[in-house]
Design a protein around this ligand. Structure first.
Ligand SMILES: *Cc1c(COP(=O)(O)O)cnc(C)c1O
Length: 340
């Protein structure tokens, strides 16, 4: 397969239109088979459910080239499952999980020339999404839906090393206790735009959101889960019903236990104890782990001992092991790497 002539390492995280995308339609109570198309545009009615009441959800995963030259995806079954759960919460017809994985494979195969080569640091980012497409004016779920997956090549997340981030504790809430924080709904992102623009204006990379009910417990950022490392090398991640279950975070917790022999626990994390951790990182598909060096709470700084120059040592081990598994340099647990 001849690859596109692109400066892969120079790519940012932006939309680049690729050759093919997958489209399936839900009509009269059933999903059709779906097909690949060249058409990157969607034409819909002015009153479409997604436009009026934001009935839309999405997923994000990557295809990439392993060290031995295979084109693979990382744990697409978990994306299929999470989108299934998200759809149910939004009163959308869940897209069948086996068809989701099949559609992922079709899109990657059809855009193989856009899958960046091993070693470039770039990947082919896949964006599955679904939305209500028929006219809806009275408030209710749409009747017809469209499911799509497009692919766009994205560059290495860390250009010139992973510099630790500075976060601020947000005065806004990301998710209500019995709301939609645990699902990948577009609406969670719409309401996070104002807080993130404000945080950026103030010079912070991300917001740390606390639990909306008591504002005493750590939740997550707008798009990544937290991992903390204790001074005695235990891996801790916050537990809450309003956190999005990150596939990267779940994989890292497994890697901590099964590959690195570390204790790893998911439990409530009080903001008060954050100052006592040795390392902090943010996890998600895009960066795997972004190190956090400093968290500012209304002028009061929490500086992690790992500093502002590089990832902490345990964070680095987690990062190296998971990326090693993803790239085929380290044996993967059964089912984690799906060949296209
Ligand atoms: C997608 C997402 C994450 C990261 O999940 P991954 O499956 O690891 O990519 C974390 N938090 C939120 C709010 C998200 O939407």
């Amino acid at each position: 397969m001849e690859k596109k002539d692109i400066d892969w390492s120079g790519l940012g995280f932006g939309y680049v239109q690729t050759d093919k995308r997958f489209v399936a339609n839900y009509k009269n109570g059933a999903w059709d088979e779906g097909t690949l198309t060249d058409d990157a545009n969607i034409v819909m009615n002015e009153c479409a459910g997604v436009l009026q009441y934001a009935q839309t959800c999405f997923e994000g995963l990557k295809a990439y080239t392993t060290e031995d030259g295979r084109t693979v995806c990382f744990r697409p079954d978990l994306n299929a499952e999470r989108m299934f759960d998200t759809a149910k919460r939004l009163e959308m017809p869940p897209f069948p999980k086996d068809k989701f994985i099949d559609a992922v494979k079709q899109v990657v195969k059809a855009n193989e020339a856009w899958v960046p080569p091993y070693g470039s640091g770039a990947t082919l980012y896949l964006r599955p999404y679904m939305f209500g497409i028929n006219p809806v004016i009275g408030v209710k779920p749409a009747e017809d839906y469209q499911f799509r997956i497009f692919a766009t090549p994205v560059g290495p997340y860390f250009k010139g090393g992973a510099k630790p981030l500075t976060l601020c504790v947000s005065d806004f809430d990301r998710a209500a206790p019995h709301g939609t924080g645990h699902i990948k709904a577009g609406l969670n992102y719409a309401m996070s735009l104002h807080p993130i623009v404000e945080a950026h204006k103030a010079g912070y990379a991300e917001n740390m959101y606390l639990d909306a009910a008591t504002r005493t417990k750590v939740e997550e950022t707008g798009g990544a889960n937290f991992l903390f490392i204790t001074k005695d090398n235990k891996v801790v991640t916050p537990k809450s019903n309003s956190i999005l279950p990150s596939i990267t975070r779940r994989s890292l917790m497994y890697v901590a236990k099964e590959y690195l022999g570390l204790e790893a626990e998911e439990r409530e994390v009080h903001f008060d104890e954050v100052k006592d951790f040795a390392e902090c990182g943010l996890c998600g598909t895009a960066a795997v782990i972004s190190p956090v060096g400093k968290i500012v709470d209304h002028g009061k700084e929490i500086c992690f001992p790992s500093g502002m120059e590089e990832m902490g040592p345990i964070t680095k081990k987690l990062y190296d092991t998971l990326t090693g598994i993803q790239m085929g340099r380290i044996d993967a647990p059964e089912g984690w790497i799906v060949e296209i």
